[in-house]
Design a binder for this molecule. Structure first.
Ligand SMILES: [Zn+2]
Length: 95
């Protein structure tokens, strides 16, 4: 991405200043997002998007990242919350 203004004075590498722009339906950006999602241990879409945008700039990034992370298998498997069984071992104190 080529932009002017204050970005020229930033003390960051060239690749960070001028990231590669991808269309949201490009197959490569889907793979990059999926890899970043796995690398970040199934992080939420905002964390994945922030990490991807360091090197790549997907157009409509929030939508494509949300779509990829929702298709992840871990998103579909919901954790089962088991109620603890007390069996009278604990006493509930009420004032
Ligand atoms: Zn996941």
């Amino acid at each position: 991405m080529k932009v002017g203004g204050q970005i020229r004075r930033a003390q960051v590498p060239f690749d960070v200043k001028h990231t590669n722009v991808f269309s949201s339906n490009h197959p490569l950006i889907t793979l990059i997002i999926r890899l970043e999602h796995y690398t970040l241990l199934h992080a939420d879409p905002q964390a994945v998007l922030t990490s991807v945008r360091i090197k790549f700039w997907p157009l409509s990034g929030r939508n494509v990242v949300t779509k990829v992370t929702r298709n992840c298998i871990s998103f579909k498997v919901k954790p089962v919350i088991v109620n603890p069984i007390y069996h009278g071992r604990f006493t509930i104190f009420k004032n």
